[in-house]
Write a protein that binds this ligand. Structure first.
Ligand SMILES: [Zn+2]
Length: 140
């Protein structure tokens, strides 16, 4: 880990209010260590961790991603009932889902205009609005 990425990772965990365990530091480095935003699944992060030689299980990766979400430093985006993506950019923004590749990327926020959303039913409020635009290849 470079001094710069160590600082980013440490700041991120402090912001999250999470104790910097070895596994959290290793996973946080893969998520935000280069200072860029990314979208991961538990499986893709697990594979990336294995590549670096980090000794973590898929269950640990999943639990750690949950802890980061609960702490507000990650955003979960559910694309279909079973598949969750985790985004280090926690600000509201739309996504493209590339169906052929199972990949989630950011869509340009400045091109999205939401005029109105339905009123929330009695007794509840809208917690968030997820915009996922599904893409598929055009076969010509
Ligand atoms: Zn995103």
């Amino acid at each position: 880990m470079t001094p710069n990425s160590l600082e980013i990772v440490t700041d991120w965990l402090v912001t999250a209010g999470l104790r910097p365990t070895r596994q959290r530091v290793a996973l946080a480095e893969l998520l935000v260590g280069d200072g860029k935003h990314r979208h991961v699944t538990a499986e893709s992060l697990f594979d990336a961790a294995k590549d670096t030689g980090a000794a973590v299980s898929l269950a640990t990766v999943y639990n750690t991603l949950r802890a980061f979400c609960d702490a507000g430093v990650l955003q979960e985006i559910t694309v279909d009932g079973s598949k969750s993506y985790f985004d280090t950019n926690t600000h509201d923004h739309p996504h493209f889902f590339w169906e052929d590749e199972g990949r989630l990327t950011d869509a340009p926020s400045d091109q999205l205009v939401i005029q109105r959303v339905p009123d929330a039913p009695e007794g509840v409020e809208i917690a968030s609005v997820d915009v996922v635009i599904r893409l598929r290849k055009i076969n010509r």
